[in-house]
Ligand binder design. Sequence first.
Ligand code: B12
Ligand code: SF4
Ligand code: SF4
Length: 383
Amino acid sequence: MDNPVLRPTVATQAPVDASARVVAEARRLGFDAVGFARADEPLEADHERYARFVADGKHGRMAWLAEDVEARRRLDGDAILPGARTVVCLARRYARSAEEEAKDPAIAQIVARYARGQDYHNHLRKKLRKLAAFVRTLGPDVRARPLVDVEPILERAWAARAGIGFIGKNGLVIVPGQGSYALLGEVVTTLALAPGTPMTERCGSCTRCLDACPTGAFDAPFVLDPRRCVAYFSIEAPGDVDEDLARRAGSRLFGCDDCQSVCPFNRTSPPSLLSTRQFHPLDRWRDAALPDLVCVDEASFATLTEGSPLRRAGWSGLALDAVRVARFWLETLEPGDARRRDAEVTLARAARFEVEAVRAAAAAASTAAAAALVPPVTRAPPP
Ligand code: B12
Ligand code: SF4
Ligand code: SF4
């Protein structure tokens, strides 16, 4: 066991052998970090923060985030797994080398790194199911349930409690030596395993992520207002964005990595040693350009986004994202930049879109682009 993150912290009176076997199996399945937390102790401080977050309306159009309040506090209730004693917290890295990423197709390069390849909900869940099946073999009547992202739990809070990393000022779980380009998943089980120890936060005086956020989405260190986050208005609620924020989002099409790309923990962590194949851009992005994201009908959208995280934005949502980026390009790019042509074709397609909101956004973008006849020197370059 050469990786300290994969070394379980051993508490007394817990089945050390079972813990070590779960760690070994997690590693065999391709997880980069694993840790255990008591599932029968509810979250307190994190849940209070969550409740305040909802009370302040920060969930915006993500209405589901305000539901299942109790499940977000405890894992051992009816909503998740009655009688749960342990949550196995796992992280799967998607960090690739800069050289490799530089070769990604142009359209993939304006998509957040986690979303360029296959949908992690599918491949991570497969691994988690296998791990849950393994955990069930570790004792009579052991129950285990895999969870990834969509279930109503505060994944980051549990990962931090399990000690697989700490929550940085950017709000993300950072695994020392591995960084934050990692997706989280869990197996909740009735089996008792040796809980880990939470890590102290290691950001120190650094504020790079807060300073780098293009849309100023942090109210304070650790505290995000999702309604200003590019990931919110490009993935969860396309169109729920004002002109100022849209301009600040620039070319970022689906999600954003800025609060991670500047983080020293990512800059100094080597790319994942395990295979990141599933996160490599899908072949279809090689031949795709911005106009292709404005799909003529739902069937072609379904084909385009099959097995891709981009499906999350929805048919008209992805079209709205493409219109937002097209508008930015037309407002800021020099005449002669090939992307202007893509932007024009995008708006032309969007002008014929079945959904009125997309047609309206295209019309507004065309008007704004025509008005943006400012001298080139005052134009901000796209990121
Ligand atoms: C909704 C959601 C979003 C929303 C809202 C994010 C938010 N901050 O609430 C939006 C769409 C904006 C979003 C964006 C992103 N997301 Co998201 N998202 C989620 C989801 C589904 C729920 C999060 C949630 O419950 N939010 C409610 C708030 C209140 O809870 P929380 O975010 O967990 O916040 C806790 C901590 O921040 C902490 N906290 C708050 N204040 C303080 C202060 C101190 C001092 C401390 C110590 C802690 C602390 O307490 C909070 C409550 O537990 C989770 C999956 C899940 N089920 O957990 C993924 C998840 C958090 N997202 C993830 C990712 C990858 C992203 C993006 C990087 C995607 C991208 N590249 O565009 C960005 C990152 C934005 C950011 N800097 O946080 C990963 C994070 C992985 C990691 N290493 O941490 C998760 C865990 C999905 C997964 N399964 O891997 N996301
Ligand atoms: S993902 Fe982008 S927009 Fe969202 S908080 Fe991070 S830097 Fe800001
Ligand atoms: S950029 Fe700095 S402050 Fe932000 S999470 Fe990384 S170390 Fe912490």
